[in-house]
Design a protein around this ligand. Structure first.
Ligand SMILES: [Zn+2]
Length: 319
C-alpha cells in the first residue's frame, strides 16, 4: 500500500513537472509529446524496442536516454535493459503488460551504466531473475553508491527511488535463455565499452541487442578499453544478425554495416593518439586533438570525445 501511495505521489509530481516544462521550454515539448506514442514498438515478431533520446540525462527526460527492449517467447518474457530511472523502468513494464500477460522471467542488464540499469527497481516485484556479466556485481559494488550520489544533479528527486539491483544469474562467457520456442543467446565480452558488457542475440528474428557496444548518432564512449573495443567490434560483426538495437541511436538498423561508423571513429582516434604519442604530446593536447576530424559525424561529441582520448592515451602510451 505504501508503495502504491508513493507511486501515485511521484506520478503526480511528474505530471506537474511535465506541465511546467511544456509551458516554459518549447524545445522539450516534442520529447514530452512523444509519450503519446507507444513506449516500445514491435520491430520484429515478439521483439519490442524503445528508442531513448540522444541526450544527456536531465530531470526533464528522467534518464530516458538509452535504448531498451523486451523479447517475448511462447512461455515468458526477457527484458533487455531497464532505463535510466525507476519512472522509465515503469514505462517499460507498462509496455510489456500492454503487449503480453506472459511472466517476465529475466531482466538482462547489458552493463553498469546508470542510463541502462537505474530502472531495475521497477522490475523487482515481477519475480524475474536479474542477469548480467560476471563482472557486473563487482562494477556495481565499486560504482553504485557513487552513481546514486552523482546522479542527484542529473536526475533530481527521481534519483531517490533508485536502488542498485545486483544480478544473481551471471554470464561467464556465453549463455542461452529459453523463453519457450525462442532461445536467446547471451555473450559476455572482454573489456571494451566497460569491463561488463553483455549482448543478446535472438536467432529466430535475427535481432541483436548490443548494449553500448554499438552507438549510432550518439558519440561512442570508452569506459573500458579503446583497443579492446576495436577487437570486440571485429568479433561482434561476425554475429549473424540481420538488424541491431544499439545502446543509443536509431533501432533496427542493418547489421553488420551499423557498426562501421563507430569502428571508423575508434580507428581514427587510435591513429591520432599514436601520432600524438610519437610527437610527445601531453594529455591535454591529446584530449583536445585526438579524433577531432570525426566531430561532424556525432552528437554530444564535446561531452565524450576528450574523455575517450585520455582513456585511449593511457593504453597507447604503453603499447
Ligand atoms: Zn554505457
Amino acid at each position: 500500500m505504501g508503495d502504491v501511495l508513493q507511486t501515485i505521489r511521484h506520478a503526480g509530481r511528474r505530471q506537474a513537472y511535465a506541465l511546467v516544462v511544456l509551458a516554459t521550454t518549447p524545445a522539450i515539448c516534442c520529447a514530452a509529446s512523444a509519450n503519446d506514442a507507444p513506449f516500445a514498438r514491435e520491430i520484429a515478431p515478439g521483439i519490442f524496442a524503445h528508442q531513448g533520446l540522444v541526450a544527456l540525462t536531465s530531470p526533464a527526460n528522467r534518464g530516458d536516454i538509452a535504448n531498451l527492449g523486451f523479447i517475448v517467447g511462447d512461455d515468458a518474457v526477457a527484458i533487455v535493459d531497464c532505463g535510466g530511472s525507476v519512472a522509465v523502468g515503469e514505462q517499460l513494464l507498462a509496455a510489456v503488460r500492454a503487449a503480453t500477460s506472459k511472466p517476465i522471467r529475466y531482466v538482462i542488464m547489458t552493463h553498469v551504466h546508470p542510463d541502462h540499469i537505474f530502472g531495475a527497481t521497477a522490475f523487482s516485484q515481477t519475480g524475474a531473475t536479474f542477469v548480467g556479466h560476471r563482472n557486473l556485481p563487482r562494477a556495481l559494488a565499486a560504482r553504485g553508491e557513487y552513481y546514486l550520489r552523482s546522479f542527484r544533479a542529473q536526475l533530481g528527486a527521481e534519483v531517490e527511488r533508485v536502488k542498485i539491483v545486483v544480478p544473481t544469474m551471471l554470464v561467464e562467457d556465453r549463455a542461452t535463455l529459453d523463453l519457450g520456442n525462442r532461445k536467446i543467446e547471451l555473450r559476455a565480452w572482454k573489456t571494451s565499452h566497460t569491463d561488463n558488457d553483455l549482448t543478446v542475440f535472438d536467432p529466430k528474428s535475427g535481432m541483436l541487442f548490443t548494449g553500448d557496444l554499438v552507438f549510432l548518432q550518439h558519440t561512442p564512449i570508452v569506459d573500458g578499453s579503446l583497443l579492446g573495443f576495436l577487437k570486440a567490434i571485429d568479433e561482434l560483426q561476425k554475429i549473424p544478425a540481420k538488424r541491431v538495437i544499439p545502446g543509443h541511436g536509431p533501432i533496427g538498423v542493418d547489421w553488420p554495416q551499423a557498426v562501421e561508423k563507430e569502428k571508423r571513429y575508434f580507428e581514427v582516434l587510435t591513429r591520432d593518439l599514436r601520432g600524438l604519442v610519437k610527437k610527445g604530446a601531453d594529455i591535454e593536447q591529446a584530449a583536445a586533438q585526438a579524433g577531432q576530424s570525426e566531430r561532424k559525424n556525432w552528437e554530444l561529441f564535446d561531452n565524450y570525445a576528450p574523455r575517450n582520448a585520455t582513456a585511449g592515451l593511457a593504453e597507447i602510451e604503453w603499447e
